[in-house]
Ligand binder design. Structure first.
Ligand code: UD1
Length: 420
């Protein structure tokens, strides 16, 4: 398994090009199952999760092909999709595979999808996806670790989510786009990735109102049409490199970023002393030698994203004072704490909060990556730590960060991949 070796210390400066969002590309890819035809998705990052989703679409009968001349363009043809089963081996690799449930049910009238099970950051149930699809008229059975769903034709309904769920909202939106009549979804998630999906469904022929608010209204269409669609920039990748500038006292220009999707992160980093300039399609972050401490609570969008909690904690490890970081979305999302402590960080976990006392210096050490965003926080801490940090099991990072070590090396980081 590959490792990343980092020599800490350099102040990063220069320009980083932001990739397309993984978490938006996955639902856009799932939406191609709603109507047979040839789709052209642009700004798709070449990541392990995207390749896994291509494998799943291909298993269902689609073809996926990267454009020969444009690196970030993915062609998906769903004309010959006949399959309706997402087997355990494919779902196990990536929970977001559950996104095929809504579209398969809507287009094929049936779907059999393996239950994703727990993952490193918590139990992560999909009960709300299932309840919502039942409300749209699907029959649901749980058998041998699989959800088996059938419906002759889904019909519009009103459904209220107990808690806002990102992929749950996306599954229901896709199903509603082919359902008969109007569907009203309340207490939905408001993430930019959901807005992107809604716009693609509109382009395909559904009527979608209320995107970005807590209530979405969808008029289903009897048939939808294949389209070309441009993905949005990755706000989590952007936030990670914002912290890279902050933690090294550097100066990074993030090109192709969308500042409007990062309000909570911008406010928080300014609190730590960073200077941040934004404009159409860019964010520039200048860090300070030692950040001020700032408390943080993760919340559904537009609150501070749980997917940037670990990275922000790395920054707080070297802050001038103490901070309290509270995780409200996932129950077990502090696996990075034990690893950060190996670098000399002073962190105490108290239930859903972590109390971080900033230390003057971190010292490099061998570390183990545990999940995608935790891995990113270890790389960030390694950039600041004195001496050598080796992050093992970087396949987690490869799931969600396109060319991370190349992007960081190009702005002055001493980072290399050791292949095994
Ligand atoms: C998505 C993101 C993930 C991010 C998360 C929260 C993708 C592919 N992944 O994951 O990177 O960390 O949003 O921003 O977009 N819940 C239930 N029942 C359900 C569904 C969810 O109780 O049926 C709970 C979860 O346990 C969690 C909360 O709702 O506590 C939010 O989870 P959710 O928004 O569903 O996360 P994902 O969509 O899996």
């Amino acid at each position: 398994m590959d490792k990343l070796k980092i020599e800490g210390g350099p102040t990063l400066s220069g320009t980083i090009e932001i990739s397309g969002a993984k978490n938006a590309a996955l639902p856009l890819m799932a939406a191609t199952l709603l109507a047979p035809g040839a789709y052209r998705l642009s700004r798709v990052p070449r990541l392990r999760d995207i390749h896994s989703f291509c494998n799943l679409l291909e298993h269902l009968g689609a073809t996926c092909r990267w454009d020969e001349s444009e690196a970030a363009v993915l062609h998906i043809d769903t004309t010959h999709v006949k399959g309706w089963k997402a087997p355990y081996d494919l779902v196990r690799k990536m929970r977001a595979s559950v996104l095929v449930l809504g579209p398969l049910l809507a287009r094929m009238g049936r779907a059999k999808v393996s239950l994703p099970g727990g993952c490193a950051i918590g139990a992560r149930p999909i009960d709300l996806h299932l309840k919502g699809l039942r409300a749209l008229g699907a029959e649901m059975e749980l058998r041998d670790g699989y959800v088996e769903a059938t419906a002759l034709r889904l019909s519009g309904t009103a459904y209220y989510f107990d808690v806002p769920t990102v992929t749950g909202t996306e599954n229901l939106m896709m199903a509603a786009a082919l359902a008969q009549g109007e569907t009203l979804l309340e207490n939905v998630a408001r993430e930019p990735e959901i807005v992107a999906l809604g716009k693609m469904l509109e382009a395909m022929g559904a009527t979608v109102e209320g995107l970005g608010t807590e209530t979405i209204r969808i008029q289903g269409a009897p048939e939808l049409a294949a389209v070309g669609f441009e993905n949005i920039p990755d706000r989590i990748e952007t936030g990670t490199y914002m912290v890279a500038a902050a933690i090294t006292g550097g100066d990074l220009l993030l090109e192709g970023a969308d500042p409007s999707a990062l309000d909570a992160v911008i406010v928080k980093l300014r609190e730590t002393g960073c200077s941040i300039e934004t404009g159409p399609g860019f964010i520039r972050v200048q860090g300070v030698e030692r950040p001020e401490s700032a408390d943080l609570t993760t919340l559904p969008y537009p609150g501070f994203p749980t997917d940037l909690q670990a990275q922000f904690m790395a920054l707080m490890c070297v802050a001038k004072g103490a901070s309290v970081i509270t995780e409200t979305i996932f129950e077990n999302r502090f696996m990075h704490v034990a690893e950060l402590k190996r670098l000399g960080a002073d962190i105490r976990i108290d239930g859903r909060s972590a109390v971080v006392k900033g230390v003057e210096a971190l010292k490099g050490a061998p570390l183990m990556a545990t999940d995608l965003r935790a891995s990113a926080s270890l790389v960030l801490a390694g950039l600041r730590a004195e001496g050598t940090t080796v992050v093992n099991r970087v396949y987690h990072l490869d799931r969600g960060y396109e060319a991370m070590e190349q992007k960081l090396a190009a702005v002055g980081a001493r980072i290399e991949r050791i292949r095994e």
